[in-house]
Ligand binder design. Structure first.
Ligand code: HEC
Length: 116
């Protein structure tokens, strides 16, 4: 699902290398989701911390929440028609899963070099 390699004792993702999928997930999240869910998905007054939510979901439930939107105490509009988001569910899921598993600290991770 995701591959993360961090320097020993890393407290920031800057000291971590991640697979390309996870890196693209970070990019899309940062560009589109962080405005509400905050950098690193930790939540804000607009939207919840996603990490405990992601731990309770599987990839299919995540995709459904993205496609259909989500109504809890507050509401999130659907993303299924957004060309900046719809193609990147797997990437978002990889990034958020790495965060939720506690394997990726906060910050911008480094993408693994492209294999030759
Ligand atoms: C305009 C603000 C806003 C933006 C932008 C936003 N969200 Fe949300 N999101 C919310 C709100 C509000 C909720 C519902 C919170 C609740 O449960 O009351 C939510 C809920 C969710 C849930 C459902 C959590 C659950 O418990 O099932 C997921 C997953 C999620 N957001 C992921 C994302 C991702 C990924 C992006 C970027 C593509 C994103 N959100 C962008 C506001 C936003």
């Amino acid at each position: 699902m995701f591959a993360v390699t961090c320097a020993q004792g890393a407290e920031l993702a800057d000291d971590c290398t991640v697979d390309r999928r996870t890196y693209v997930g970070w990019q899309v999240f940062h560009r589109t989701c962080a405005v509400c869910h905050a950098a690193d998905a930790v939540g804000s007054s607009f939207a919840p911390n996603l990490l405990p939510r992601i731990r309770r979901m599987n990839g299919r439930e995540f995709a459904a929440a993205m496609d259909e939107g989500y109504a809890g105490e507050a509401e999130m509009a659907p993303w299924g028609r957004n060309p900046e988001v719809r193609p990147y569910y797997l990437e978002l899921w990889a990034y958020l899963s790495a965060r939720a598993a506690g394997e990726l600290p906060q910050g911008e991770p480094r993408p693994a070099p492209l294999s030759p």
